[in-house]
Design a binder for this molecule. Structure first.
Ligand code: ZN
Ligand code: ZN
Length: 270
């Protein structure tokens, strides 16, 4: 490289730094006056190394790094059991989706976090947990290389009350960071449904049957689709969404979820 070129590169770097330093200085000043706090437990975060507003304790509680999961059904396992392609908890009748990528199990603090994320004031927590998901599962999503990222839609009436749809926040985080196309209007909710967690497993499948439709004008034939939801327990919601997508010609459908609930799925026909 010539001396002229080196000089030019140094000048460009200096110009970039000069442009950036007021923002960096301002951020440090804000951090000094208002130290960042965990979006879940409100503990002050010391020495923040990334943009995830969660303390170490909450990160460990939500998604212990030593956990593995079943790629087929999303069941979460302990350290001694590595990630695998199927397990004894996989449903006997395969669902319409091809696999699940969960952050952690739906119990304890992660369960509480998921429930808080649904509340109108849950957006900061939702963003923080989505960033943690991206950090832990971004690699798996990148390997799948979806053509579409589709959040499970919420009926407009429920949205009016809650104001926030956590699957949409996670989907947009994944789309922005992994440069994937997110479409919030491909899947539409045709009718309101009852809250799934209040129903028995068999009723959950009945509750969402025919609840989704594909927006006219989209061609998803042959594509790989990532549906995004906050919780997957029986899998009824993702199964119903995947059914619609596969009928429209999707080649594969994977589900990205914050939490995987336990329990064996009931037998049913796809
Ligand atoms: Zn915390
Ligand atoms: Zn399994």
């Amino acid at each position: 490289m010539s001396a002229h070129r080196i000089g030019h590169t140094a000048l460009v770097r200096l110009a970039r730094w000069t442009k950036r330093w007021p923002a960096v200085a301002a951020r440090h000043a804000v951090d000094l006056c208002f130290p960042p706090v965990c979006a879940f437990c409100l503990e002050e975060i010391d020495g923040m190394v990334d943009r995830i507003l969660l303390c170490d304790q909450c990160r460990r509680a939500f998604a212990p790094t030593e956990l593995g999961y079943c790629l087929r059904c999303g069941a979460v396992f302990t350290a001694s059991e590595p990630d695998r392609s199927s397990c004894e908890l996989c449903p006997r009748k395969p669902p319409a989706y091809d696999g699940v990528i969960p952050l952690g199990p739906y119990h304890g603090l992660l369960q509480e976090a998921v429930l808080r994320m649904k509340r109108p004031a849950g957006q900061p927590l939702c963003r923080a947990v989505s960033r943690l998901y991206l950090q832990r599962r971004g690699g798996a999503i990148g390997e799948y290389r979806p053509d579409w990222v589709l959040p499970i839609p919420m009926h407009w009436r429920r949205r009016l009350v809650r104001g926030v749809n956590s699957p949409e926040v996670l989907a947009s985080q994944l789309g922005r960071s992994l440069r994937l196309p997110v479409a919030t209007d491909v899947l539409v909710r045709r009718r309101p449904t009852r809250v799934q967690r209040t129903l028995r497993p068999d009723d959950r499948f009945r509750n969402v049957r025919g609840a989704f439709a594909l927006q006219k004008g989209y061609d998803i034939r042959g594509s790989h689709v990532l549906v995004v939801d906050d919780v997957l327990t029986t899998g009824a919601t993702c199964h119903e969404a995947a059914k619609v997508l596969k009928l429209a010609g999707a080649a594969t459908v994977m589900a990205a979820v914050i939490a995987k609930g336990g329990g064996r799925e009931p037998s049913r026909t796809v």
